[in-house]
Write a protein that binds this ligand. Structure first.
Ligand code: NAP
Length: 270
């Protein structure tokens, strides 16, 4: 399977790096990238072919991954439309709906939309995927294989659920960083050095998420198990409840979901 990435930025390089690490043949991957420095870097660091022109780049390709910025996608799709002859098109551009991309590609049906997140850059990503009904099962498998190179994937049956995935996993790393920031800051206020607070916080996040993912029990049960009557954890959680922390997090995610929908309207109109 020959794959062409259009746009050779951070996300494309992460995906290519992941594929190569899984022994995907470098000769079957190429990149269309307008910036000559970026092309040279891609060739040198990844050992894959990088070209400037779309016409040259998609020759003999079965899958085209659109990895340009959302604002650049309609222009790229306009150039791509007359060159398509049945290839699977995967878009990783945040916020652009398949209906808009399909229209820009001349009512094209072979589209999968992916919503990865930033930990994909270290191959610990989480990607939501949605396929138009006209995409066949082999093409869905191809899309799954490409995005699995940088982490875990889930398929959603309705595209609107990608906006929900955006609110959970797309924006999620920033919520976690925010929580980490608060824990580190409190740690230093309590007398720990910055380094100590950082290690204690990060390892606690790592350990807790590992425990939650390896346990058969739900997180509420795991939480109640570390909350002894009259202990420190109980006091801390009570304080968070009184401050409305859980509700505030949930409200923030609803706001992120609404913003994802607005962005789809704004970006798709262009
Ligand atoms: N980074 C993430 O964690 C993340 C997460 C979820 C989704 N995404 C999505 O992934 C996409 C790529 O993100 P990124 O962070 O990899 O962006 P990026 O680093 O800016 O990469 C995009 C690359 O495409 C190039 N480009 C622009 N127009 C082109 C054209 N017509 N033909 C060929 N190449 C072109 C850009 O060159 P110039 O710089 O010269 O314009 C740039 O090198 C975005 O749509 C983003 O929404 C990213």
């Amino acid at each position: 399977m020959n794959i062409t990435f259009v746009g050779g930025g951070n996300m494309a390089c992460a995906l290519i790096g992941g594929l190569l690490q899984q022994d995907y043949p470098a000769g079957q991957v190429q990149v269309v990238e307008i910036d000559s420095d970026a092309r040279a870097r891609i060739k040198q660091q990844l050992g894959v072919n990088a070209v400037a022109a779309l016409t040259e780049g998609i020759n003999g390709s079965n899958v085209i991954v659109l990895a340009v910025k959302p604002q650049q996608l309609s222009a790229v799709a306009g150039q791509l439309a007359p060159l398509l002859n049945g290839q699977l098109v995967i878009s990783i551009a945040a916020g652009i709906r398949t209906s808009d991309l399909s229209r820009w590609l001349g009512d094209y049906g072979g589209i999968v939309r992916a919503m990865p997140n930033t930990p994909s850059l270290i191959r610990a990503g989480m990607t939501g995927l949605y396929a138009l009904p006209t995409v066949n099962s082999q093409q869905k498998e191809e899309a799954a294989n490409i995005l699995s190179a940088v982490g875990s994937i889930i398929w959603v049956e309705q595209e609107v659920l990608l906006d929900a995935a955006t609110a959970v996993s797309g924006s999620g790393p920033a919520y976690i960083f925010y929580f980490i920031e608060a824990m580190q800051q409190a740690g230093t206020e309590l007398g720990l050095t910055k380094e100590q607070a950082k290690l204690l916080t990060l390892q606690t996040f790592f350990g807790a998420t590992q425990l939650a993912s390896q346990s058969d029990e739900d997180v509420a049960t795991l939480r109640s198990r570390v909350t002894s009557k009259g202990g420190t954890t109980e006091q801390a959680l009570l304080s968070m409840e009184q401050d409305g922390v859980k509700n505030a997090i949930m409200r923030a995610m609803h706001v992120a979901y609404e913003r994802a929908q607005q962005m789809g309207d704004e970006l798709g109109g262009k």
